[in-house]
Ligand binder design. Structure first.
Ligand code: FAD
Length: 367
């Protein structure tokens, strides 16, 4: 069989490349960026993601992420806190994605950075350098749809704009935030604040287009409003590190690829399933899909069989998280969530478990 072509070198593409290489079928991977780059992401790396990375022989601890074991949820002046049922890591995508591609290269994958795939014609990828050799196609372009291969956004939540900015905070604030991911629900959206490596803080948020416009339509006016939220007010003492925030629009939250939709194409990561960001398990799903696709491709399974298996592994989690996101969109829903979680703290643990890739699915791909 000709070697597989992986389009996109994020976590899904990187995991598939590493796994195929270690199964003795080194693929070609094309990534459009020339080197490490920032991505919009809360950078909350869950225990499931860590476990799939470890199964690929990748030691995430050497990248020096921040330990996170507590979640605090804020809505106005109300807050709820709970111990997470696992220890997560705050780690930048700038470090992680690049290190995973290096790992795949060391295992034998042919990783070509700085090559963009423009479209797919008759099962062949047309790139910025010409036509790529024929072979099974794994589509791992993440948040970005390839021309001619759109995801069907019907029924998804896709009217949100995402922003991310890093901050350097005074020592007292860093200490106050150490070990926690702080989720603030606000009118029109929610924000996550947590530590990442080298003592920085990552603020990542989603807001509806309509509310963003209402607030003046600029990052400056949005940030000024958010700093009035009790959960985010301490950030006023911190210094923004990127010249301007990274942003994204129209992420189709709740999207699940259908097995028969793209015969001949293995869809990975966000191209296969998009779980609302507050769950902090999108990276785990991307890694899981990459490893699963590699296992099934190497065993001769057709794309539709892989897509059906992945859907069984993640559909329930994506649907539940999408319902919770819709609930948080109303004022009543936000306060019901906080009140419910304050009254029954164990519910947070249960919800966290139900919105993640489960142990049985993880164990199956590691076998
Ligand atoms: C606001 C926000 C916050 C989030 N927070 C979290 C979180 O805290 N924890 C968590 O687990 N998940 C989080 N997620 C989800 C997580 O970021 C995604 O699920 C994950 O990045 C998906 O990985 P991927 O490999 O599918 O795609 P990506 O990480 O998007 O990677 C795709 C890669 O493909 C490349 N590419 C794109 N087009 C082409 C092309 N035409 N040719 C070649 N290369 C191409 C891109 O450059 C990129 O490197 C968040 C998502 C959003 C939007």
């Amino acid at each position: 069989m000709s070697r597989a072509l992986i389009i996109g070198g994020g976590l899904a593409g990187g995991a598939a490349a590493a796994r195929l290489a270690s199964l003795g079928q080194p693929p070609l991977l094309l990534e459009r960026e020339e080197g490490p780059h920032h991505k919009i992401c809360g950078e909350f790396l869950s225990v499931e993601a860590g476990s799939t990375l470890a199964g690929l022989g990748f030691d995430v601890t050497r990248l020096g992420g921040a330990r996170i074991d507590t979640m605090r949820l804020h809505a106005g002046h109300r807050s709820a806190a709970a111990q997470l049922p696992f220890v997560a890591t705050g780690l930048t995508r700038h470090s992680l994605d690049d290190a995973l591609l290096d790992h795949a290269t060391r295992l034998g994958a042919d990783v070509q950075r700085g090559t963009s795939v423009r479209h797919i014609a008759n099962g062949r990828a047309i790139t910025s350098q010409g036509e790529a050799p024929a072979g099974p196609l794994l589509l791992a372009t993440g948040k970005h749809d390839l021309r001619g291969q759109p995801r069907n956004a019907a029924g998804t939540i896709n009217d949100l704009i995402g922003f991310k900015q890093f901050f350097r905070a005074p020592a007292a604030l860093r200490t106050a935030l150490a070990g926690a991911v702080e989720i603030t629900l606000f009118k029109g959206g929610y924000a996550g604040l947590q530590s990442v490596e080298n003592g920085r803080l990552n603020l990542c948020l989603l807001i509806s287009r309509a509310r963003f416009r209402e607030l003046g339509g600029s990052w400056e006016t949005l940030l000024a409003t958010l700093l009035r939220e009790p959960g985010l007010a301490p950030l006023a003492e911190a210094e923004a590190l990127l010249p301007r925030p990274i942003s994204i629009g129209a992420v189709p939250y709740g999207f699940l690829a259908r097995p028969s939709a793209d015969a001949g194409l293995y869809r990975l990561g966000d191209q296969a399933a998009v779980i609302p960001s507050f769950c902090g398990d999108g990276m785990a799903m991307a890694l899981h899909s990459g490893r699963l696709a590699a296992n099934m491709l190497a065993a001769g399974a057709a794309p539709a069989a892989y897509q059906a298996r992945l859907r069984r592994d993640v559909a329930r989690q994506v649907r539940l998280a999408t319902t919770l996101q819709r609930l948080s969109e109303t004022r009543l829903g936000r306060f019901a969530l906080i009140a419910g979680l304050t009254a029954v703290p164990a519910a947070l643990t249960t919800l966290a478990r139900w919105t993640r890739v489960n142990d049985a699915a993880l164990a199956r791909v590691q076998a």
